[in-house]
Design a protein around this ligand. Structure first.
Ligand SMILES: Nc1ncnc2c1ncn2[C@@H]1O[C@H](COP(=O)(O)OP(=O)(O)O)[C@@H](O)[C@H]1O
Ligand SMILES: [Mg+2]
Length: 268
């Protein structure tokens, strides 16, 4: 059930996933990661973005997309979900606006042709973002190798950005993944928020949700930082739940009591 937070000054629900990229909080390291990947892609190469769950990878990809001009880049986003190589191929085809029917080899051919055609037109760069890439199966990695293989590697037709949790690194370091791993010209990562960043982040998210003042008291900020260890998603979940606890109790501020109650309702 959604709890009304207007008594705390909010015009919309804060700390949700639905955040316009223009409303994001500026984190230098996230901006740098997006910029490093952008430069890699501009040089027609591929990159990885490896960081733990909830540290801002998907938002970094969205930031990257916002910085790739549509006139020069054709960007496709695919979320990997442990699919077979054929199903993943289908997903990529669908993301590229192609028919997903037919046998696996014919799909691979169709995609290769599509990429080659796209590369031939007006210098538009094709970029495929594979999010949750730690869920890639080994045979899917081999398929990616096929998709990016043109003219004996003499042409760089497609840039891949593989974003995923740390197991992605292990997946790429396997001998079978060597061919794909070799194509990754840049490895970007993200870190956890510091204490000061956590506070500034929470204040920002309250502000963009319409709250004129931030309802958390100093100890509540501290409690959220301690419990979340600066993980963005953990901060979001704790902060929203603590606000709901405060609203239910008709309190005007969030104290560590609400944060503790919030943790009891969450798997953290
Ligand atoms: N720069 C940012 N500004 C505001 N919120 C952010 C920012 N980066 C991440 N978030 C928030 O953190 C949450 C987790 O980020 P996300 O990109 O989904 O992490 P990951 O993909 O690494 O699991 C998102 O739902 C979003 O609300
Ligand atoms: Mg994500």
């Amino acid at each position: 059930m959604k709890i009304d937070l207007s008594s705390l000054g909010f015009r919309k629900t804060p700390f949700t996933r639905e955040l316009a990229i223009s409303d994001r909080f500026t984190l230098d390291y996230q901006r740098d990661a997006a910029e490093e990947i952008r430069r890699t892609v501009a040089q027609r190469m591929s990159a990885t973005l490896v960081a733990p769950a909830g540290t801002g990878k998907t938002v970094t990809l969205r930031l990257l997309v916002s910085q790739l001009p549509e006139a020069r880049y054709s960007v496709r986003y695919v979320k990997v979900t442990g699919l077979s190589k054929r199903d993943l191929c289908k997903e990529i085809a669908r993301a590229c606006g192609l028919e997903g029917a037919g046998s696996y080899p014919s799909l691979v051919c169709r995609l290769q042709e599509h990429f080659q055609d796209a590369a031939g037109t007006d210098g538009v760069r094709l970029v495929i973002l594979l999010d949750e890439a730690h869920d890639l199966r080994p045979d899917s990695l081999a398929m990616l190798r096929l998709l990016t293989n043109f003219d004996m590697d003499s042409r760089l037709v497609l840039s891949l950005v593989l974003a995923g949790q740390p197991p992605l690194q292990r997946l790429l370091s396997r001998p079978a993944a060597e061919a794909v791993a070799q194509r990754m010209a840049h490895a970007a990562t993200l870190r956890l928020l510091s204490r000061d960043e956590t506070r500034a982040y929470m204040e920002h998210r309250c502000r963009v949700a319409g709250a004129p003042t931030t309802p958390f008291d100093a100890e509540a900020f501290e409690a959220i930082f301690e419990m979340s260890r600066g993980n963005l998603r953990a901060i979001d979940r704790l902060a929203l739940k603590a606000l709901e606890e405060a609203a239910k109790a008709k309190a005007q501020t969030v104290s560590p009591n609400e944060v503790l109650a919030a943790r009891q309702h969450l798997w953290l």
